[in-house]
Each structure stands twice: as structure tokens, then as C-alpha cells.
Design a protein around this ligand. Sequence first.
Ligand code: GDP
Ligand code: MG
Length: 595
Amino acid sequence: MDKIRNFCIIAHIDHGKSTLADRLLQFTDTVSEREMQDQLLDDMDLERERGITIKSHAIQMEYDFGGGKYILNLIDTPGHVDFSYEVSRSIAACEGALLIVDASQGIEAQTISNLYLALENDLEIIPVLNKIDLPGAMPEEVADQIVDLIGCNRDDIIHASGKEGIGIEEILKAIIEKIPAPKGDPAEPLQAMIFDSVFNSYRGIEVYFRVFNGSIKKGDKVKFVNTGKVYDADEIGVLKLNQESTNEINAGNVGYLISGIKVAKEVKVGDTITHVDNPTKDAIMGFEDVKPMVFAGIYPVETSEYEELRASMEKLQLNDASLVWEPETSVALGFGFRCGFLGMLHMEIVQERLEREFDMTVITTVPSVEFHAIQSDGGIILVNAPSEMPEPNTISHIEEPFIRAQIITKSDYIGAVIALCMDKRGAIKNQVYLTSDRVELTFELPLSEIVFDFFDRLKTISRGYASLDYELIGFRKSNMVKLDIMLNGDKVDALSAIVHREKAYEWGKRLCEKLRELLPRQMFEIAIQAAIGTKVIARESVRALRKNVLAKCYGGDITRKRKLLEKQKKGKKRMRQVGNVEIPQEAFMAVLKLE
Ligand code: GDP
Ligand code: MG
């Protein structure tokens, strides 16, 4: 055990975590030149394209150092707030962390939030100043920031470039010399923590775990403490570039387990694995059942593809335990699903995977957070779709989730950032200068205001010099209303939204204007109205079409006429009818891009 080191890499997105991981794998000959592909750890297509790590992975390296053979387990962590619980469990599986900071960017919000998580778990921090090859690198200045932040010595900071392969040997040396070997007792009852799981279409679910005490052997009968389920350890092994099965994994080490589990939902990150005989008395601390934060309807563009969409969702759920859904019906969109996501990125990922991996074209409705409708007797009704909102006179009030957000930006943009947060109904709570021109601002904001376009706007007003991280802090009373859209008097349920009363007018007005642009003119005038209850707060109209479309081709050649008719027919298939009005698919998407 004294020759094992378990570590993770924490960094703000794009600071070079994946690139550096690749260099470590090369340097330790864990992968051969031939096997080397850029960013090995990001193996989902989507991850590689977006250059972000969505799911965490682990990989074991061997490294000869000072006459000994060391086992280095690198546990990769996802770099986005949507997946912060997974990050926290990956960190809990380690004794040390490489803290990577881009020498041209400096410390960002996720550098700090992940660092705090690492410190809470008593991890040894190895500071690495990365991308020193860049002409824009500011090694002195950023080193100052790092010293201020973690209180290390300047000489403790390793200067590196993942791209050029600079500082790699020094990093490996620091991992061995500075990160403590795992503690733990192989003779105690088995206590292993699940930090990730991955779906494999041939082998079912692979569970990744870190053994804290005891040991697990091939063939053991094991139990997952929080779910209470029992399995046979059909195969266990270590995670090299490919999996290598072994007979036993001991305290301190990291491995995988295959036990015939078919559905990702059965495996909960943070759960404890123990033996059915001689179980541990204590589950590993920090287990949480992750809850979806953002909800939206997903509907097939072609109504006939409902069953296909259901099958695709089921398959997607096999390897995405945090995706939840149930059938939902909409007057406008027909049969579809109400889905719960960890956040907006997770929602985009699901939508993109449906399109790429399953060839489904879908319509996503306005995302919403979960509101609490508090009844007069104190009971709580969970509202995660506008259609579930009770009539205002039947309840006491509405509460909405609030977050604490940390934003790091340059001092030039403080005013703009504060203005944005105020516009989003936020309140500033703290302001700390990290250096003379970098400042950390803390706000409390409603989650519903940031699920939309907050991040994009933040980036725009700060010209890219702002980073954001947040955590949920609880529910607060808010004056939320349900805003409906009506076309010629008929409510289009898929366009309804729950918004703050003060924002309802603006929202309604924008949406009406957008719809006026998007709705094709028909043979009659279309009245577009936004209403709260029976009160209309905004209206627009689309004028009636005077002439038949075909009139344009009058006397023209017949094939052109036919083509036009066919085009019209095709377009119709993508339309939805509410009352007498036809609505193109783009109209449902438009609400997602209101600002
Ligand atoms: P991650 O998001 O932290 O995993 O970052 P990546 O490893 O994906 O790197 C983000 C971008 O920075 C990519 O375009 C890399 O090629 C680039 N990059 C990573 N490390 C270095 C480095 O040391 N020097 C330079 N110049 N670019 C780097
Ligand atoms: Mg990455």
C-alpha cells in the first residue's frame, strides 16, 4: 500500500487537464505511441468535440521511482457544475490533487470551487502552472495568485506545459514524494466507495470503486449499502488503458467491478460496497442521491416517432443514471416526455446524444426549475412543469430554489457583472480582490434566472473574462406566475412558462414578437397573446395572407407548381396545429433564445 498514490487533477475548464493527463500516460508508458490519441480520457465523441470531460474516468499507471515500482491511480473528474457531486466523490477517492492553473488565464471560479472540495477532503495539493509555453503566459503574476490562494511556497509550484511535455517528470516526482500513501486496513470488513460507473453494451455496467478498508476478491458476494442490492463480483480488475482482470483488489487501491448490472440507475455514485458476510458497520460518508435541477419536455418532431423516442430514452438511461423522465402529453406537441436534468449542459448533452446516437430529431420545451407550491396547511406540491402549477387561490405561496454563485472577473467588469446579477433578481453578498485586478464576487440568485442564458450573457459583458460556479442554498418565497401564450384564443401549452411577476411583461412581449416573426401567414389573421390567468399582458398579430401561394406560379410551368405543393406538404408535417393555427417547430425552440 505504501507504493500506491491516488490523485486527481483539478482545473478550470480548458486549463489543460486532459492534455496533461495524456502526457502522464505517455511518460509512464501506460499507452504506447501507437495507441496515443489526443485526450485519451475523453472517450465520448461529444466530450472530445466540446473539449470537456463529461463523465469521469480512472486510469492506473506504473512508474519506477527511487528503486521502487509505484502504482499511480489517476481519477479524472468532470469539469462542469452540473456534475459537481461526481466531482466531489472522485475527490473523496484520492489523497492528493494536481491543481492546474493556466499561466495565461490565472485562477478561475472552478479552480477555486474544486480546490475547496479537495481541501475539505484533506487532499495534498500540488500546484502546477500550466501552458508556460504560451507567449501570453504570465508565470510571475499567476504564481502570486496561487501562493495567495493556497499558501504554498513559490518553489512548490511546478512550471509545466502539457502541450510541450515540460515539467512532466517533476510532476510525477511530486506525486510520489508529496502525496501520502493511502491508509486503510486490509484486515477490516470491506469498505469500498463507488465513484463512477460506465455502461458497456457487451458487459453491462462497470462500477469504478476505491477500496478504503478490507479487500474484494473475484467471486465475492457483495452488497451496495445504500441501495441494499446484492451481487456476485463476476469480474474485478484494474483500469489500465484497457481493463485487466485480477483476483483481488486491496485496501488503498482503485478498480472496477462487473456483476451483471444492466441499468445505470442501480449504481449510485457515492454508495459503499461491502461483503454480504461480514459487512462493514459504516457506509462511507457523503452519500447523496443526486436530484435533477432542470426540467423540460422532450417531444419527437415527427409525432409517429414517439415509440422510437421512448426506446432511445430507455437506452440512454442505461448509461446515464442522472437522467429521469416520465411520459407527458401536450395539446400542442402530442406525446412526449417530461425529463429531469442535472443542469443546462446535461440537458444539451441528452438532446445532442438523442440526435447523434439515435438519429432522433426532438423539440425541447422551455426548461424550468422545480418550484414548491406551499399549501395553506404547509404541505408542499412539487411543480416542475407549468402545467403542474396550481391555481394561485388554492395555495399559500410559491417558493423557488436559490443558489450562491461565485463569479471571478477582472475589476473592469465588476459594474457590468453586478448589473447583470441585479437584473437576474440577485443580491451581492461579498466582494474580494484576489489580486489588484481580479475580483471574486459572491451573489445569491434564483436558480431559474441562471438556467437560461446567464452564462452566455456573463461571457459577453465580461469579454470572456468571467467564470462562474454555484451551489444550491435552499428555497425562498417568490412571486412566480404562470404565463400562457394563446393563438387565436387557444392556449399553446408547450409555450407556457413559470416566470417572476416582475419579468412576466417583458417575457410575454418578447415571446409575442418572436412568434409574430416565426408564424407563417395563414388565410386568416392570427392573434398572439400572452396572459397571466385571464389577464392579457401582451399581444401581437400576424396578418392574413391575401393571395394563394400558388398564385405566384400562375401560368408558370407545372413542375414548379408541383414542387411548391410538395414543399408545402413537407413543411406541414413539421407543423403542429393548435386550434386553427399551424405552428412551425422553430416557434417552440424560439423561447430558448429569447434574449
Ligand atoms: P481541459 O478542459 O482542462 O481538459 O483542457 P484541455 O487539455 O482539453 O486543453 C484545452 C486547450 O488548451 C486545448 O486546445 C489544448 O490543446 C490547449 N493546451 C493544453 N495544454 C497546453 C499547454 O501546455 N500549452 C498550450 N499552448 N496549450 C495547451
Ligand atoms: Mg478535458
